[in-house]
Design a protein around this ligand. Structure first.
Ligand code: PEP
Ligand code: MN
Length: 357
């Protein structure tokens, strides 16, 4: 929609505008209002160059987009019925809980194996274990590729699907080679467009879900969804969005908890939402309430850092991991809240159906 600087475009201005939009296969339609006339762009208005050229005209105040900037992640896209299956659960239909260490300690494999069995016992569906770690400080522990063997051993012992984070193309190759079940793109790489493209290309036709964390410095929700659009466009529609808190933080928490964006995301995109309460609040004592809040807001699942002996852990585990006994309680309560919250989620589906028709 073109908003003119004055109350309407003159015939001459309109001709200039028409000439530009026609170059991009669109046309223009005047919509006279009580006080001013605005101009609808007929056709696909999302061509960035066309918008930039229109916005550069001295008699145009701004362009308001009616269509969403993402074509594939949009709730009205061809993927709106796309479902992601994890084990025997379907995201969006069944609550999915991912739990395990922030970081697998390669020097202490038995700790991770113990946690793996305990989170399974607690009712988790997916085992998480960090192998390579994106750390703010280069002096902090950076992870160790050897830990992948421990992760895969835990998978073999527990028969749980496993998730780990990749930070570059070599990691992608390794996790595909050993057959990790889900891949995480962390908050720090959420805007690494070449990595997002690569992950889409390298997992095309493989049916591997990609859990994309929200970047801690990300701006709008559209920026988050557009990052996921890269993965889908380049080959893999199995994208899960993961709010994990943003910066600046609420004083006392590690980040600014953002589990409340789920309803907004659900109105814009079909992608399932799995919230990470651990990094949002950053301290184990706050994780239970943050987890249940996320489910109340309509999340389809949670990814929670959990450790059998957090005080012996590395990375974020000592401060942020909950015990599997706490996880068990959270899962029980989350299941109840999930069923309650689901009733209200149908509101979005109805609204979205209306938008579609
Ligand atoms: C993690 O999951 O341990 C992690 C580093 O997450 P984030 O990218 O959200 O900081
Ligand atoms: Mn962590």
């Amino acid at each position: 929609m073109i908003i003119p600087k004055n109350l309407y475009l003159t015939e001459e201005e309109l001709n200039i505008v028409r000439e530009i939009v026609r170059e991009f296969g669109c046309d223009i339609k005047a919509i006279p209002g009580e006080t001013m006339t605005v101009y609808a762009i007929m056709g696909d208005e999302r061509n960035e160059l066309m918008v930039n050229r229109l916005e550069g005209l001295p008699f145009v105040a701004k362009i308001n987009m009616i269509q969403s900037p993402y074509k594939l992640m949009d709730i009205r896209s061809e993927f709106s019925k796309h479902k992601i299956k994890i084990g025997n659960k379907i995201l969006g239909k069944d609550l999915v809980i991912m739990a395990g260490h922030c970081t697998i300690d390669p020097k202490n494999p038995s700790l991770f194996l113990e946690t793996a069995h305990a989170v399974k016992e607690a009712g988790a569906d997916v085992l998480r274990g960090g192998v390579w770690k994106p750390r703010t400080s280069p002096h902090s522990y950076q992870g160790n590729g050897q830990a992948i063997e421990i992760l895969m051993r835990a998978k073999e012992e527990t028969k749980m699907p496993v998730i780990t984070e990749v930070m570059d193309e070599d990691h992608i190759e390794i996790v595909l080679d050993v057959q990790v079940d889900l891949i995480q793109i962390g908050a720090r790489n959420a805007l690494n467009y070449s990595l997002l493209k690569k992950i889409g290309q390298n997992t095309e036709y493989r049916n591997i879900p990609i859990l994309l964390k929200r970047g801690m410095h990300m701006g709008s929700i559209d920026e988050f969804i557009s990052a996921a659009e890269y993965i889908v466009l380049h080959g893999n529609p199995n994208v899960i969005l993961c709010p994990r808190g943003t910066l600046p933080s609420v004083q006392g928490y590690r980040n600014y908890p953002d589990e409340c964006i789920t309803p907004l995301l659900k109105q814009k995109t079909w992608a399932p939402i799995v919230v990470d309460p651990s990094h949002a609040v950053g301290k184990s004592i706050y994780v239970p309430h943050a987890s249940l809040a996320a489910i109340s807001y309509g999340a389809d699942g949670l990814i929670i850092e959990t450790h059998i002996k957090a005080q012996l852990g590395i990375g974020d585990d000592p401060k942020q991991s909950i015990h599997p006994d706490t996880l068990k309680k959270i899962i029980q309560d989350a299941k109840e809240i999930y069923e309650i919250a689901k009733k209200y989620k149908e509101e979005y589906i109805t609204i979205n159906e209306m938008v579609k028709s």
